[in-house]
Each structure stands twice: as structure tokens, then as C-alpha cells.
Design a protein around this ligand. Sequence first.
Ligand SMILES: [Zn+2]
Length: 304
Amino acid sequence: MAFKGLKWLIGVGLFMSILTGICSAEGFKTVEVWKNLFTVVNGDGIDSNTTFLITSEGVVVIDTRVTPQEAGKVLAEIRKRTDLPILYTINTHYHGDHTFGNQIFKDSRAIIAHENVRKSLMGSSGKDHLDFFKTMNIPGMDETIITPPNMIFKEKMEIFVGGYNLKLIHVRGHTDGDLFIYIKQLRTLITGDLVFNGKIPYMGDAYVEEWISALTYLGDLDAEIYIPGHGEPGGKPVFLAMQHYMLQLKGMVLKQLENGKSLKETQDAVRPALMEKYKSWKNHKWIDSNIERVYLEYSLKQGS
Ligand SMILES: [Zn+2]
């Protein structure tokens, strides 16, 4: 009996370690991008990235993931490396998978974003957005208290901290309140969801033409490292692949539009081509809605 009990205990222990193994192997990992610059990448589920920069004065956090629980894991990763205070938290756009962990960083000097991010997260639009995320069965979602940015800007803002200069630049593209961050001395761009790596982008509230222009703008900056909103950080090819996707999508849909095709005909023609071309990318479920977004935007343009 005792033996059986012991065996059971060992069994439970094994099971627990497998479970912990799964939890830590759910894709969650911290990549050291440069000295002092880290990105927490999560391969499964909601896989939005958080980046943090450790300076001699304190820490800057970029995006806070989808729940306080997930944000807490990021804070633990920061605390493994430094006891310095979190000085600034930045949201690259309003989407919950980038902002619903904000409350964990509410004691930073400021939570910074474009003014439209604050607008989207305040009042009923913020509540609707959280309610939408609550339908996704994400563990810990109920603990989110919407914590909108408390420092906003319109076009550009710069932060000088601990020897670093971060340029925060607003563009429209993925949403109406995107910002990207350029750290020239590290030749690094933190793109938010203007760039996805190896994944079809989400375009639910996108401005396609402006997104393409934004990518041209980013492409002109001298950078070596691109930290996307989703997927692993990488070099120029990561950026170029995203730019190609947007141009291909636009080109294919425009061709159908010019031939007077309906939305459904356009989807039927473009979907297989994109699926084949981007077969190694995740999120194929978004291809149809991507085509729709482009179709609607450019049919409006043609109509005007
Ligand atoms: Zn997003």
C-alpha cells in the first residue's frame, strides 16, 4: 500500500513536472535581442510579444501581453535580470493582447501610447474590447482591469533614458493608433503589429494603403533588427516578407477588382494563391478577412 502510495506520488510528481514542462514550453521564452534588450516571445495561443530594455536608470517595457497573469511572467523575467524600477511602459496599439497586462506596470512613471489608444481603451469601447477577449477562453482574462495609457502623443515622441534614445513614431496601418519605436544606436525597430513574423497578420481594423506606406517608411530607416508584434525577432528578411505579403495581397485583390469580380469571387481566386505562397505561415484563418479588408478599402477608393 505504502509502495503503491509512493508510486502514485512519483506519478503525480512526474505529471506535475510534465505539466510545468508544458507550461514553460508553451512557447514562452525570453530572447536576448541585443545586450540589455529582450523580447518575450510566446509561440502558442495569444502570442503577442513584450520587449523590455534595461538601462542604467531603469526599465522600459513595450506592450504588456493579454492578461495580468501573462504580464506577471514578463515582470518575473525582468526581475531575474535587474532590480531597477520600471520607468516607462509603452503600448504599440490598443489591441488587448498588447494592453490587457498594463495594470501590472501601472506604477511605472507613465504608460505611453498614441492618443487613439487611450480613446479606444476608455469607456464603452474599452469595455467592448475586453468583452470580446473574454469570449476567447483565455485563462486569467477575468482579472484584467483596463488600464489605459496616461501619457499620450499625436505624432512623435522621444524618450532619453539611461543612455538610450527611443523614438516613438505614430503611423496608421494595423490600427488608427499605431506607434513603432526606433532605437538608432541599436539599429533596432520595434514594430508592434505592423510586422508579423511567419504569421498572416490580423487586419480587422486596418488601413491597408497606410499600412503599406508605413512599411515603406520603416524600410527606409537604418535598422538591422526588427522586433515584430507577433513571432520571433529577426533581421531584414522578416521585415521584407511582411512587406511582400501586403503588396501581394493588395496586387492580387486589385486585379480582381479591376475585372469587376465580387468579394466572393475575389476570395476564391486569391485565397489559394496566398495559401500556397505563405504555406509556412500560421493564421491562415485570417486570409479571407484580409482579402475582404483590402477589397472593401480599394472598392471605396475606386468608387470615389
Ligand atoms: Zn494587434
